[in-house]
Ligand binder design. Structure first.
Ligand code: NAD
Length: 354
């Protein structure tokens, strides 16, 4: 029965007519996902950019409805639209299915995860000059999911690093730096210990850096880089990391600028992209209407840039920065008392003024 319902949904998706508007897959996600994705939809609507949303479920919601966390209809929709706005998805710790995020990134070869992390006036943090771009390789490393038990009490997780993936993420980071007039790219590694895998990653980054003489290339061991990030974050610009270090360091960087509620993200491939906040489902605050919608709203601005609506993306970024600067309507993670809906309404009002 569930299968039948699912394939009916797939047929409907595949046959959806576009009406001159760009089709985009919308995945509300789990936990705070619905709350923050609704906020992003409200600000996109306020820009006037017309989007034909193809709403799909994934993760826990999909599992409850269709008996699978990745319904065929979702995959078909992504094949058709090639662009998605996505809320966070729950992945159980040490049990359950493998991460759907990792699955989608690998299935659609969305190899570059980009997380711009910067200070906002009005959000008080120990630093005022953080302006970093985290570029994380998205398809391999320990996230390849090759794990097995070789004997009771002995397990192996295999770290996969290839020259192809390392070269293309390094090229992506340098191209990004060039396009956005960034001064340096720092490759972060642990090649003193993982001489072969991280050694290969570094070798590829060095080779690629030779084609970008105007951009300073640096390397730093991941532990020392973490120390420097929390003492001199202004000394970094673009960070180039493998998958696992990139995942950890992105949350660290979010902490530098006021928390996970503020940092957007995008997963880019050669043929498509999925836009999502850095944060997860935030189960501790889900359903309470207090999640900060800004990370998701800024992710939607990145999506509008990607779709060729840069001015609309700038309007969203400008309005968001002004709401934070004024500081009257803020969620509690950044020192206020406002609800998700109140912050969203304040950003929409600021857009109509600006
Ligand atoms: P989390 O990011 O959900 O939460 C960490 C902390 O940050 C919590 O205290 C939470 O309340 C806070 N927080 C997160 N987003 C916030 C927001 N918008 N506004 C205010 N506070 C916010 O991380 P977690 O608790 O480690 O993970 C929970 C679940 O999310 C797990 O199942 C994990 O696998 C999943 N996850 C999904 C994604 C994704 O879908 N891209 C990313 C990270 C984690």
């Amino acid at each position: 029965m569930k299968r039948k319902e699912q394939s009916k949904a797939s047929r409907k998706t595949a046959g959806t007519k576009t009406s001159g508007k760009r089709a985009v897959t919308l995945i509300p996600g789990d936990g705070v996902g619905r709350e923050v994705v609704s906020a992003a939809l409200a600000v996109i609507e306020a820009t006037g950019v017309g989007i034909e949303w193809d709403r799909q479920v994934a993760g826990m919601n999909a599992f409850r409805r269709f008996g699978t966390p990745v319904p065929d209809a979702l995959i078909e929709s992504l094949k058709r639209t090639r662009v998605a706005l996505k809320g966070p998805l729950e992945t159980r710790v040490a049990e359950g299915w493998r991460s759907i995020n990792v699955h989608l990134r690998r299935t659609f070869d969305l190899y570059a995860n980009v997380r711009p992390t910067m200070n906002f006036a009005g959000v008080h943090t120990p630093f005022n000059n953080v302006d970093l771009i985290v570029v994380r390789e998205n398809t391999e490393d320990l996230y390849a999911g090759i794990e097995h038990e070789i004997a009771p009490g002995v397990v192996e997780s295999i770290k996969v690093i290839t020259a192809r993936a390392s070269r293309r993420i390094a090229k992506f980071a340098f191209e990004y730096a060039r396009a956005h007039r960034r001064k340096s790219v720092t490759a972060i590694h642990k090649a003193n210990i993982m001489k072969l895998s991280d050694g290969l990653f570094l070798k590829c980054a060095r080779a690629v850096s030779n084609n970008y003489k105007e951009i300073r290339y640096q390397e730093q061991i991941v532990d020392a880089a973490c120390m420097r990030l929390v003492t001199q974050p202004e000394s970094f610009d673009v960070l180039l990391l493998e998958n696992l270090y990139g995942d950890i360091v992105s949350d660290l960087c979010a902490g530098l600028v006021g928390g996970l509620g503020l940092v957007p993200g995008a997963n880019y491939g050669d043929k498509g992209a999925i836009f999502e906040a850095v944060h997860g489902t935030a189960p501790d605050i889900a359903g309470k209407g207090v999640a900060n919608p800004i990370a998701m709203i800024l992710s939607s601005a990145m999506m509008l840039d990607y779709l060729g609506h840069r001015a609309a993306g700038d309007r969203i970024r400008g309005a968001t920065a002004s709401v934070l600067r004024v500081g009257k309507v803020l969620t509690r993670d950044v020192g206020g008392k406002a609800s998700t809906g109140e912050v969203t309404a304040a950003i929409v009002r600021a857009m109509s003024r600006g």
